[in-house]
Design a protein around this ligand. Structure first.
Ligand code: LLP
Length: 421
């Protein structure tokens, strides 16, 4: 459920007509709903009620300061994967003790930033990284709580580019080697083993892969405890999918996911962390774009939008489906049209949808890409010297620009010319 609904013939973001924002901000732009962000975060928080837990929002999904502040105000922790994300979370007011540091290749400099600023735990992904973290912690005179990310060799049944839990993926240490690696962790100075971490992929639409992974983690918890390790915290990662295509069966809900967590690891007495990103932010954001031209091609019509692959790369990168709807509600019974929906960037990959059936629209009309809140703005670029797409946050009847569109001068003047030119 989201808060982008037609009202009086116009798509609204909460109580604000989307067309009103477009008139003020220009297109394209991302628009987020505070109410949807809040609702989705709370669904996870409530799904784990009664268990000691922390929902650490995977801020890579959408990391605008205003979004982080909204979620932090609800009690969210953050899952960060770079020094930049760590500092961004801190700047939004998230305390260090609510920040989990994940990622497959943390540098010593990134470790230092988080250790100096304070961190809840590091999720370590390899032995060399563990040795580096130990060195940095010792040099700063601190002891850092760690989990080790295990790779359970489970097929997440998702797009290959976002599956992370198979042995051929670069993530974590093979679960079969966990005892050895934990023994090494216990020997190294500056590290304090506190738990286990797992994350098997993103946009999972089935609970079975989670079940397989979490059962393996539960088993490993007992084994490591018998070896004398303190395992008091389980970081179960993120990955629960969202319904991009309304005609498909709806993926499981956070309540179902919470029930599965209780069932698989609830008996262990551990504090549980989860790291949802997409389900918190995905349906809380739309990308609004304007039709520049409708062009008749050979046996097809192209809808040419002012938004492009640099603004939303998911269709080009993962063949992702995004629902695209007119901002003005189509009259009942109006004949649908069929379009190839594209942006103006100079490559054929700049295609959002092929042969998409949708209500007919014309030049100057606004359209909205649904479910674009996660991995949308954060993956945007200025390719083709197109200004970085702005972001807007709505709260009831108010809206605010939370990242302005840069001017062409700002973009051009970011470059510097060497003395010899
Ligand atoms: N935790 C870790 C360690 C992760 O690597 C990720 C996502 C998450 C949590 C959050 O997963 P989520 O709940 O959002 O599924 N750009 C891609 C998605 C990449 C996901 C990367 N890791 C896309 O647009 O589909």
């Amino acid at each position: 459920m989201d808060h982008f609904l037609y009202r009086d013939g116009e798509l609204h973001a909460e109580d604000v007509p989307v067309a009103e924002i477009a008139a003020e901000v220009g297109t394209p732009f991302y628009c987020y709903s505070t109410a949807t962000l809040t609702r989705h975060f709370r669904l996870f928080d409530e799904a784990l009620e009664g268990m000691p837990h922390l929902v650490c929002y995977a801020m890579k999904a959408a990391s605008n300061q205003a979004i982080l502040k909204t979620l932090a105000g609800l009690g969210a922790g953050m899952d960060v994967v770079s020094g930049g994300e760590y500092l961004r979370a801190r700047a939004a007011g998230v305390p260090g003790e609510k920040i989990v540091f994940s990622g497959v290749g943390k540098t010593r400099e990134e470790m230092r930033i988080a250790l100096e600023g304070g961190v809840r735990q590091f999720n370590v992904e390899s032995e060399p990284e563990m040795a580096a973290l130990s060195e940095v912690a010792v040099s700063l005179g601190v002891e850092v709580p760690i989990t080790v990310r295990v790779n359970p060799d489970v097929d997440a049944r998702t797009h290959a580019k976002i599956a992370t839990g198979k042995s051929e993926n670069k993530f974590g240490i093979p679960i079969a080697r966990a005892r050895e690696v934990y023994a090494e962790a216990a020997r190294l100075p500056g590290l304090k083993v506190i738990g286990i971490d797992v994350h098997i992929g993103s946009q999972l639409t089935d609970l079975e892969p989670f079940r397989m992974a979490y059962e393996k983690v539960a088993e490993l918890t007992e084994v490591l405890r018998a070896d004398g390790h303190e395992i008091s915290r389980l970081d179960l990662g993120g990955g629960l999918g969202i319904p991009y295509e309304r005609s498909n069966a709806a993926p499981p809900l956070p309540t179902d996911y919470g029930a599965l967590i209780r069932e698989t690891v609830g008996h262990l007495g551990c504090e549980v962390e989860i790291e949802p990103g997409r389900l918190v932010a995905g349906n809380a954001g739309i990308l609004v774009s304007k039709v520049i031209y409708v062009k008749s091609g050979e046996g097809r019509d192209f809808l040419i939008l002012d938004g492009a692959m640099n603004d939303l790369i998911r269709p080009a990168m993962y063949d992702a489906y995004h629902d695209i709807v007119p901002v003005r509600e189509p009259a009942p019974g109006v004949e649908p049209a069929k379009y190839d929906i594209v942006g103006p960037v100079c490559e054929s990959g700049d295609t959002f949808a092929k042969e998409r059936v949708m209500p007919a629209v014309g030049e100057g009309d606004l359209v909205a890409f649904r479910s674009a809140g996660a991995y949308g703005a954060v993956m945007s670029s200025e390719y083709n010297t197109r200004p970085l797409v702005p972001e807007v946050l709505v709260h009831e009847h108010q809206f605010a620009v939370i990242r302005p569109r840069p001017t062409f001068d700002e973009m051009i003047n970011r470059d510097t010319i060497p003395a010899w030119l």
